[in-house]
Design a protein around this ligand. Sequence first.
Ligand SMILES: [Mg+2]
Length: 229
Amino acid sequence: MSASEPPLLLDFDHTLFDTDRFFWVDVRAAVARLGVDPRLWEETYEAVWPGGYSIERHVEALAARASWPHPQQLLAAFDDQFADLRGYLFPDVLPFLQAARGAGRRVVLVSFGDPGWQTFKVRESGLATLLDEVHTAGVVGGKAGLAAAVVGAGPAGAEAIAIDNNPLELDAMRDRCPALRTYRMNRVPPDLAEGDGEAAYRFREARTYVDVPARHPHRACRSLGEVPL
Ligand SMILES: [Mg+2]
């Protein structure tokens, strides 16, 4: 790798990884099968995530509210069913990353969230060999500093690309790196962008970003294939 290779900055959740299908459909269902009330699962999630999410902290919070099942049973079931997360990558991810590397790009993952939880998801999704660098930002807008360090100045900076579903992160990156080509990913099918019921869990978090206003004009995309390398 060299600094002359133009960087491709990629978000993880809701951009590369179908986080809602993983967490709000499959993990939620697995926990419900063990007898946990899905509403209690959701309530304890809301209590835990502002302090940094991990499955261990979530199960701990749950155990404080319900005596069955035992936290170790929940964690064992989680480890058993969610050791391999490759199936949660959107289908265009691997071809796109291979094409990016083939095009001589430096592929940099900049995810948002708790470092341990993000590391777990990224590792088990099997992306490691296709990424040149992996970073985690802990605060909204925190990706901007990482982007500035990665993009830098000079010829590579002008060809740098960033793809994220959160326009606030893209805005902050553009503030620091005005030449950055930014893509706003939206994986939510229009017919599932609103509405309640079980179907709402399918894009529970991703849909909250769809109408967030942006300060900079970002290119809209619904798949990675729309991003020219
Ligand atoms: Mg995201």
